[in-house]
Write a protein that binds this ligand. Structure first.
Ligand code: SF4
Length: 174
């Protein structure tokens, strides 16, 4: 039977018929996420079995892998990198910092997560994410595995109860 996972994989193969070439950019990371990205490329985790290859120029890439919170200083460079990647292209945010700024989200030197500057397609959380989580995120993007979680919308009753139990906290989700 042709399910949603097959449809995603078909669409992905239509848009990216060949191996995915990846350019890794550190937008302000502590290096923890970068080490895990390198780990994914070692023979132990062997991301190349999915056709994923690290390249040295954004002009050769299909995917930008962004790690770290986006610092104010890197913003124009990140935009230039994005422009240099030929379409169609994807952005993966690797780690809590790239997903939303992490513990640096409100510091003066940081604008937030990668999606403050780039259209992020996939978020892989964790501080840092384990190599298995990165491999899983990429396999999900390729349509090789099924998504395990779904978006959930909280009801008004939930927020009323939340406000009752936490009177000193804001009554609504940010
Ligand atoms: S998510 Fe954690 S490991 Fe990754 S850059 Fe941020 S602080 Fe470092």
């Amino acid at each position: 039977m042709h399910g949603p996972r097959d449809a995603l994989r078909d669409l992905f193969l239509q848009v990216f018929p060949k191996s995915l070439w990846v350019y890794h950019v550190n937008a302000g990371a502590c290096n923890g996420c970068d080490i895990e990205v390198i780990d994914v490329l070692t023979p132990y985790y062997d991301a190349e079995r999915f056709g994923i290859k690290l390249v040295g120029s954004p002009r050769h890439a299909d995917v930008l892998l962004v790690s770290g919170p986006v610092t104010r200083q890197i913003v124009p460079h990140l935009k230039r990198l994005w422009d240099a990647v030929p379409a169609p292209k994807l952005v993966f945010a690797i780690g809590a910092c790239a997903c939303g700024g992490g513990i640096w989200h409100d510091t003066y030197a940081v604008v937030g997560g990668a999606d403050k500057v780039l259209p992020v397609d996939y978020y892989i959380p964790g501080c840092p994410p384990r190599p298995e989580a990165i491999v899983y995120g990429v396999a999900l993007a390729l349509g090789l595995v099924t998504k395990k979680v779904a978006a959930r919308h909280l009801s008004d009753e939930f927020f009323e109860e939340y406000g009752r139990l936490n009177p000193t906290l804001p009554a609504e989700a940010p």
